[in-house]
Structures are given as C-alpha cells and as structure tokens.
Ligand binder design. Structure first.
Ligand code: FES
Length: 176
C-alpha cells in the first residue's frame, strides 16, 4: 500500500500571538499533526510575498501565515497590511495556476492553543485533498519572488493584474 501523502507546510507565525499559542498547544499536550515547520517573525507585517513564492519554489505544499487578531497587532497595523498582502499574493498564485487554498492566513492569540491545533488540522486536511504541490517542477516561482521582493502593495496589485492568466516558464535546472 502506498504511503499516505504527508504535506510539507511552512508556518510563518507572529512572535506575540500565534507563536505563543502554538507553544501553549505544545505545553498543554494538545495532539495535532506535525506537518507544519514553523518560522517565527516579530509580526505578520514583516512577511514579504517573496517568502511565500520562495517556500513554494523550494518544495512546500502550502504556506500557513498566522498572527494576532485584527486590532491586537503589537505594531498596530502589521496584520492589516499582511492581510492585504496575502489576499493579493493568493491572486498572484492563482494566476500561475496554483490553487490559492495552498496559502492561508489565520488569527490565533497566545491563549488559543486549542484553536491553533484546529487550524493546523484543517490546513493539513485541505492540502491532503489537494495533493502534493507541483510548483517546484513546473514553475520558477523564485524568480517571481525576487521580482516581488520589496515592492509596495500597490505594485503587487499591478503584478496580480498583469500576470492574470499567464504561466511562468519552467526554469532550467542549475548544475553545480
Ligand atoms: Fe502579531 Fe503584528 S504583532 S501580527
């Protein structure tokens, strides 16, 4: 019998809320899937769309971004900005033929360990249904990531508009 597909999910979590919530889930011994590899950032507002493209180009099956609830960001508006950026990034992914359900943003506070476990279970189930990502094989999203690095939200919207319906060419494999 073939092994069940176990998705590789990159989790990018804000230090003050979801990272602490995930920590609480662990210390409370709440059982949930171990498919999420976590990177901690100080705020979801720090997350550049290039991080998402890079993750997919390196073989992630999905990216889960999570931070403080709206209105609770420790840097006031970081999660508002992240929410806008992620919505636009999902459009860009879709324009490259990548199912936008592979990128999700959630809001989990430091006291919501049980909610974090549910978020992870839900994401893992979704990605299992979608199957493994083929991004690494068919696209050069790293190039898109570099192109998007450092651009403002308005520019990202332009990229989303301009790239609608276009596919990226497969990149030649670099020999070392
Ligand atoms: Fe948590 Fe900004 S500090 S999202």
């Amino acid at each position: 019998m073939a092994d069940e597909f176990e998705p590789k999910i990159l989790g990018i979590l804000c230090n003050w809320c979801t990272y602490a919530g995930a920590d609480l889930a662990g210390t409370s011994r709440i059982q949930y899937p171990s498919n999420v590899r976590v990177v901690r950032v100080m705020c979801t507002g720090r997350i550049d769309p290039a991080f998402v493209f890079e993750a997919f180009s390196l073989g992630a099956d999905a990216v889960l971004i999570s931070g403080c609830h709206i209105g609770d960001c420790h840097y006031i508006a970081g999660n508002y900005k992240a929410r806008r950026r992620i919505a636009l990034t999902r459009k860009v992914l879709e324009s490259y033929g990548i199912d936008p359900r592979r990128l999700k943003m959630t809001f989990v506070s430091a006291s919501e360990g049980a909610l974090w476990a549910e978020v992870v279970k839900d994401m893992v189930n979704t990605v299992k249904k979608l199957g493994p990502s083929t991004v690494q094989k068919k696209t050069n999203l790293a190039a898109a990531g570099h192109a998007a690095a450092g651009v403002a939200d308005d520019d990202l919207a332009e990229i989303a508009k301009a790239s609608a319906g276009k596919k990226l060419e497969a990149a030649p494999v670099q020999k070392k």
